[in-house]
Design a protein. Structure first.
Length: 286
């Protein structure tokens, strides 16, 4: 029930206000709503910020973990995956996989003549040793011989025999490091037989002699270089292609440059220390 101060005299108004003051004085004070509201707001803001920081830290941790684990678990012996790397095709059941040669070129198969042996007749370990040497020699000869000689391949007939092909022409390449008891004497360079000779000194003071001479047909030539190394006689020769009547596409100077190269001499040294050809024995008394 309300009251209207306009219809009350001043004395009544004072009595009513006094009664109201006494009534409200006995009541408990009103709670402070502003302070808790501000505090609660601050707590909510702090929680939001902590959640945001936590999310960033989680993303960063995942990025670090990904950088560590993506290359592969190398500690467990797992290889690192390479993008675009093709895996080798599976070997058919019952077929033995043949390891590729350094050049990727298979050997040229040459059928031995009646009574002749081939590398297939060697013990497995010795055959593997000789084939490994041939593979090394193919790489060196391919790098050092002139481009006109063509593509060099090893053969499976004997360790000293190789073959080069270029534009349908075939040239037999002989690289021989054969133990020999006899000292090599210089064969005469006969100009009347259209022989052309040249000499040079290899590292270590080794004297090498190259010659280009006609073959039996007399119309095409063969080029070779010989020298002595350690206890072996070394020969590198390029034969002509008789089918196409083409001379060996190499000069004396080019072959001398080949045998002076350290890579070629490294092969010679290996074959001299661990021979793969039969020893040449001198025969006294004719």
């Amino acid at each position: 029930m309300g009251f209207d101060e306009d219809h009350m005299d001043e004395h009544d108004v004072l009595l009513v206000r006094d009664a109201m003051d006494r009534t409200t004085a006995a009541l408990p004070p009103l709670p402070d709503l502003v302070g808790p509201a501000v505090a609660q707001g601050r707590r909510r803001t702090a929680r939001v910020r902590l959640a945001a920081v936590g999310g960033v830290l989680c993303v960063a941790a995942l990025g670090v973990a990904g950088a560590v684990t993506l290359p592969g678990d190398e500690g467990q012996g797992q290889p690192r995956a390479t993008v675009g790397q093709a895996s080798a095709p599976p070997t058919p059941v019952g077929q033995v996989a043949t390891p590729p040669t350094p050049t990727g070129r298979p050997p040229v198969h040459i059928v031995p003549k009646p009574g002749e042996t081939s590398m297939a007749d060697l013990p497995p370990a010795e055959r593997a040793r000789q084939e490994s040497f041939q593979d090394q020699a193919v790489g060196v000869l391919q790098d050092l011989l002139p481009e006109a000689v063509g593509t060099v391949q090893r053969t499976d007939l004997e360790v000293r025999r190789y073959q080069a092909t270029n534009a349908g022409r075939t040239f037999v390449v002989i690289f021989s490091v054969r133990p020999s008891e006899a000292e090599d004497g210089d064969n005469p360079c006969i100009a009347a037989k259209k022989m052309v000779c040249a000499t040079d000194t290899l590292p270590g003071g080794i004297r090498a002699r190259a010659s280009t001479a006609p073959t039996d047909s007399g119309t095409i030539t063969e080029t070779q270089v010989t020298f002595r190394y350690g206890s072996s006689r070394v020969m590198l020769s390029i034969s002509p292609d008789e089918v196409s009547n083409t001379s060996a596409p190499v000069t004396n100077a080019q072959l001398l440059d080949v045998v002076k190269d350290p890579r070629f001499l490294d092969l010679v040294e290996e074959a001299d220390r661990h021979p793969m050809e039969k020893k040449v024995r001198s025969v006294h008394g004719g």
